[in-house]
Design a binder for this molecule. Structure first.
Ligand code: F6P
Length: 550
């Protein structure tokens, strides 16, 4: 029993009904499920805004979906969703509202946190970002020596890097090509070194993105960037104002760093880092694509927010995707989930989703602090097709693990490809469709043998199939579609966390490593004694020091 009097997930009749249903389903084959129901593809497809989602290649029947929806109902998913939209503090371990949905709500919306409507502040920041971006584009904003800004270097990590960097890649076709963008996150000096190569400090703007403005990697990189700038310009601290802006919730730390808070774009503690790139954290992206396209992206997010908030469970795409993940994690022992975009522009999409999903749902205690007795978030991984096909898809097709996958593709190539290059597109998409087909339906031993394959090779050339996929299609990768896609995944993650009864909005699991790194660093630099250091780490530290000649 939970503290609020609800039964634990694994004691719910709805959970047990799913377990029994899984037994009944046995090794039902997708081939059979499709043969039994000619309408399956049509019935198991949902349209959300511009996104066309086909979930017919999943190992589910109508009964499975009904039981999964009952589980969602029994675990209060819609109640938690409504509490999020009302601004209640559903991030209980940090005592915070979870209001990324407010970042893309229209001006007319009213969403409260701590009894205060947050929408006016959200729009005030957007209104400050837009003209700033326009001033960069027009050349009105100049560097300390009067040069036009031509290079934007975003310095941040985690949610303050992955979102803007991913979206910049995704929307490259919409970017101001005359500007150069670099994204620096790693505290490895090589990252900043490579990013600054060939840049003229007089033409460079640093965008320091950090919710807390205390993250060691970001502050270290920002400090080195400031040194590079001031040395390059042979200027004093006064040059910082024209070359550094901050995106943060922490005005005090921003000022302490030496950035004028007039050049700070604010957001709030009710925006989680991994849910933040549609806040001020998206400034570099807005510089890249312009405020109109940025607003189109926000509208795309909002469209899916409204769908999630209002659509009935049987048509609710984030609900469906979340429940399907729970089905495989718990009842098929699937440990991983692959996200396979058939778009070069989505090269950073899966890395972005890794933080969104794994930092949110990589938990093993429930909201009350009890160890969970069920699977939680999967290992999320993947790279753009078709590259993956020539690398790891072998395991997806014939390995011993079940890895459900999302195949994401677009009907049209982006606008600025030459006709010859745009001609590659059908081949790209043929690969997406072929993979979904091969994963679902495989190739039987009989089919292989019928091709005249030598009997000893038949097992090697047989494809078991029954590997589930969701196919997500849209007309093109526009700013709005990107927003829709991200919101879809955000809410999918939400649904899963709600069913698992975990807090999807904290990330205590990253803290221990940070504390230990601080403790170990003096041992590396000065050979200081670290009390209680384990034998393995002590030896590694000694080896490191000797290899560094210390
Ligand atoms: O350490 C994890 C984390 O807190 C992420 O959740 C966050 O996105 C990242 O660090 C960066 O944090 P900040 O924006 O405060 O620098």
């Amino acid at each position: 029993m939970n503290a609020d009097g609800r039964s634990r997930l694994d004691q719910l009749p709805e959970w047990n009904a799913l377990a029994a249903h899984r037994q009944e389903l046995g090794d039902a084959q997708l081939r059979e499920l499709f043969a039994q129901d000619p309408e399956r593809a049509e019935r198991f497809t949902v349209q959300v805004g511009d996104l066309h989602l086909d979930y017919s290649k999943h190992l589910v029947t109508d009964e499975t979906l009904r039981l999964l929806r009952e589980l969602a109902q029994a675990t209060g998913v819609t109640q938690l969703r409504d509490a999020m939209f009302r601004g209640e503090k559903i991030n209980t371990t940090e005592d915070r509202s979870v209001l990324h949905v407010a970042l893309r709500a229209p001006h007319s919306a009213v969403i409260e946190s701590d009894g205060k409507d947050v929408i006016p502040e959200v729009h005030a920041v957007l209104t400050k970002m837009g003209p700033f971006v326009d001033r960069i584009h027009s050349g009105e904003w100049r560097g300390h020596t009067g040069e036009r800004i031509k290079n934007i270097v975003n310095i941040g990590i985690g949610g303050s890097d992955l979102g803007p960097a991913m979206a910049f890649e995704a929307l490259r076709a919409y970017t101001h090509r005359e500007l150069q963008f670099r994204f620096v996150s790693n505290v490895d000096g090589a990252d900043l070194h490579e990013a600054l190569r060939g840049l003229d400090p007089a033409e460079t703007l640093f965008v320091i993105a950090s919710k807390t403005f205390t993250t060691i990697e970001t502050i270290t990189n920002a400090t080195s960037a400031r040194r590079w700038l001031l040395r390059g310009l042979e200027a004093g601290q006064e040059a910082v104002a024209k070359h550094f802006v901050a995106l943060s919730t922490n005005a005090e730390k921003v000022a302490e760093f030496g950035i004028n808070t007039d050049n700070m774009f604010e957001f709030w503690d009710w925006v989680g880092g991994r849910y933040s790139f549609d806040s001020a954290i998206g400034l570099s992206l807005m510089i890249a694509i312009g405020q109109e396209h940025f607003r189109e992206m926000l509208a795309g997010f909002h469209l899916v927010d409204e769908h999630f908030r209002c659509a009935p469970p049987e048509e609710n795409a984030p609900m469906l995707l979340g429940l399907l993940g729970i089905w495989y994690g718990q009842f098929f022992d699937a440990q991983a989930h692959a996200v396979l975009p058939y778009s070069h522009y989505l090269s950073k999409f899966t890395a972005y989703l890794q933080q969104l999903d794994m930092e949110s749902n990589g938990k093993s205690v429930d909201r009350e602090g009890n160890p969970v007795g069920w699977q939680t978030g999967p290992v999320v991984w993947g790279t753009p097709g078709t590259n993956g096909q020539h690398a790891y898809y072998q395991l997806l097709h014939q390995g011993t693990k079940m890895i459900p996958a999302d195949l994401i593709g677009f009907a049209n190539p982006v606008a600025d490809l030459s006709p010859k290059l745009a001609g590659h597109h059908d081949l790209l998409m043929a690969n997406l469709f072929a993979q979904g087909q091969a994963l679902a339906f495989g190739k039987t031993a009989e089919e292989v043998a019928a091709e005249g394959v030598a009997p000893e090779l038949v097992p090697h050339k047989t494809f078991p199939g029954n590997r589930p996929t969701t196919t997500i299609l849209a007309a093109e990768l526009s700013p709005s579609v990107l927003g829709q896609l991200i919101a879809l995944y955000e809410h999918k993650v939400f649904v899963q966390g709600a069913v698992w009864n975990i807090d999807s909005f904290d990330q205590w699991g990253v803290e221990l490593g940070k504390v230990l790194a601080k403790r170990v660093e003096p041992a590396l630099t000065e050979g200081a004694e670290v009390p209680g250091l384990d034998a393995s780490t002590a030896r590694l530290v000694a080896t490191y020091r000797s290899l560094r000649g210390r």
